[in-house]
Design a protein around this ligand. Structure first.
Ligand SMILES: Cc1cc2nc3c(=O)[nH]c(=O)nc-3n(C[C@H](O)[C@H](O)[C@H](O)COP(=O)(O)OP(=O)(O)OC[C@H]3O[C@@H](n4cnc5c(N)ncnc54)[C@H](O)[C@@H]3O)c2cc1C
Length: 478
């Protein structure tokens, strides 16, 4: 799902002709009572977007912010609780750039990773290699995110091999084509960046609560007319009232209200292989290698010398029928992956680094995100609940935005978000009326179809040192 957010099926953000798009759209539609810097704000979810939001709220002077999460921080199920994520930058767009929205988001994250002391230490500008071999994959990567950066075309296996020191890319790389972007791209130590954001937000006065009783939100609370949201209830029965509730619960947000099919919880798979300290040294500072048809890997982490490897595919859903007879993908946590996914990961290694292909995995997990129909984010007030702000729909590409997404979310909270951006990320159920739940959404690899966990018969059995998910470690069945 992932990303080079550019390539893990980055959406084509609509280049709204301003007049057309904005007609009839009121970006400041919250009719809720006024609030100010000392009003109580609750953020549901201390994952990537919740942590970023908390940090930006605190930096803007909000003094009564509480973040609730079902797990102690960093949450065991946050999609951002991971050794690394791919990041690529964009330069700021001109006002008339048709890709204004997307580029504005990417320019903001670039500024954050380059300049913000909270995030800068965790970013590694190693460059990235973007590749594919299927016609669809090759089309998707063409021209992506390259303007203004140092880019080299890669057309043969030998071209690819030369991007890394000798002895690393020893595999056949069959049919691979792509490009090597040498600057403005790389990876971020995701967990450390997440913890850094939370630590700074706490230092600035934000309260974080984590745990299955005191932090887990079980429902939204409504006013006596059942209209506005006035707070949330946690699993310990406590009711938390607030002037604004910001829902940033990632793939689980869908459980709190009817999103009118705008969110599809979808999961991806990852595994680690352990290396010796000497090997880790040899594999350091590699560019990220991402193949839109097969998967990606990033250099081993410095602490545990583990290399994370992901197979690329169109995602897994967990389809169950809800009480209305509607199909619904329900997330669950599991620190194992389907055996078929493990095999695909080994396939990627055989194609690239066969010397590592048969190593045992030291860790694996499934990891959930929520896809919107067009894979643009959803950052908006709920039309019927004016004190509820939704910050969801990261669509498999939301980690890279950790330095800056909270700023856009707080802009929306304050009703000052740039109109073109507000339009692109608005509440938009009209897009989901006849949603094709099986849409691959410009993703490739795997079976080239969205897969179903209900049909997976074999899971890995990898002993983990930290395999301690408190709940939900089995697939919920229909
Ligand atoms: C395998 C994989 C690889 C990826 N690679 C990349 C990449 O390379 N680059 C990139 O930019 N993006 C990548 N992504 C996407 C990125 O990780 C996500 O888009 C992003 O982390 C989503 O952030 P979020 O805050 O919406 O969700 P999360 O980070 O998942 O946070 C949601 C939070 O809500 C909490 N929560 C859930 N239920 C409740 C409840 N009832 N009460 C209270 N709290 C609750 C959870 O504990 C969690 O902390 C990847 C995703 C996956 C799955």
């Amino acid at each position: 799902m992932v990303s080079d957010p550019a390539v893990r099926g980055n959406p084509s953000v609509p280049s709204l002709s301003i007049e057309l798009r904005i007609s009839g759209f009121n970006p400041d539609q919250s009719t809720a009572k006024d609030f100010g810097h000392s009003s109580k704000i609750l953020v549901v979810g201390a994952g990537t977007w919740g942590a970023s939001t908390a940090l930006h709220l605190a930096r803007r002077g909000y003094t009564d912010v509480t973040v609730l999460d079902a797990y102690p921080q960093p949450s065991a199920i946050s999609a951002g609780n991971d050794v690394n994520k791919i990041v690529s930058f964009q330069n700021p767009p001109s006002e008339d750039d048709p890709d204004y929205v997307n580029k504005t988001f990417f320019a903001a994250l670039a500024k954050g990773f380059r300049e913000d002391p909270v995030f800068r230490p965790h970013f590694h500008e190693t460059g990235n290699i973007i590749a594919a071999f299927s016609p669809g994959g090759l089309k998707a990567i063409r021209g992506r995110h390259r303007e203004g950066f140092d880019v080299v075309e890669l057309n043969t296996p030998e071209d690819f091999r030369k991007t890394m020191p000798p002895g690393i890319l020893t595999g056949p790389l069959p049919g691979w084509k792509g490009f090597w972007r040498k600057n403005g791209a790389g990876w971020v130590h995701a967990r450390n960046a997440l913890v850094s954001a939370i630590t700074e937000a706490k230092r600035l006065g934000v309260t974080f609560v984590g745990g299955q009783l005191e932090g887990k939100v079980v429902r939204l609370l409504y006013d006596s007319e059942g209209k506005d949201v006035i707070g949330v209830q946690t699993a310990d029965g406590r009711q938390h009232l607030a002037s604004r509730v910001i829902l940033a619960a990632g793939a689980n947000a869908d459980q709190f209200l009817d999103f009118k099919k705008q969110l599809r919880p979808t999961a991806w798979t990852l595994a680690h292989i352990r290396m010796s300290p000497e090997e880790a040294q040899k594999y350091r500072n590699l560019p990220v290698l991402f193949n839109a048809d097969q998967g990606f890997f990033i250099e081993p982490d410095e602490d545990k010398h583990e290399m994370k490897v992901c197979d690329e595919h169109c995602g897994y859903c967990n389809w169950v029928m809800d009480e209305n007879g509607e199909r619904r993908s329900v997330p669950f946590a599991r620190h194992q992956i389907p055996v078929e996914s493990a095999e695909r990961i080994r396939g990627l290694l055989r194609a690239t680094m066969p010397q590592l292909a048969e190593r045992p995995f030291s860790f694996a997990r499934i990891c959930w995100c929520a896809d919107t129909v067009d894979r643009n984010f959803l950052i908006d007030y709920h039309p019927d609940h004016p004190s509820l702000l939704l910050a969801v729909g990261a669509s498999g590409r939301g980690f890279a935005h950790i330095p800056s997404i909270g700023g856009f979310i707080v802009d929306r909270l304050e009703g000052v978000l740039n109109e073109r951006i507000a339009y692109a990320v608005r509440w938009r159920p009209e897009q989901a009326v006849n949603r094709n739940w099986d849409d691959t959404q410009n993703r490739f690899g795997g079976s080239y179809k969205v897969m179903d966990f209900q049909k997976v018969t074999e899971w890995t059995d990898i002993p983990h040192e930290d395999n301690a998910l408190p709940f939900g470690s089995v697939v919920p069945r229909i």
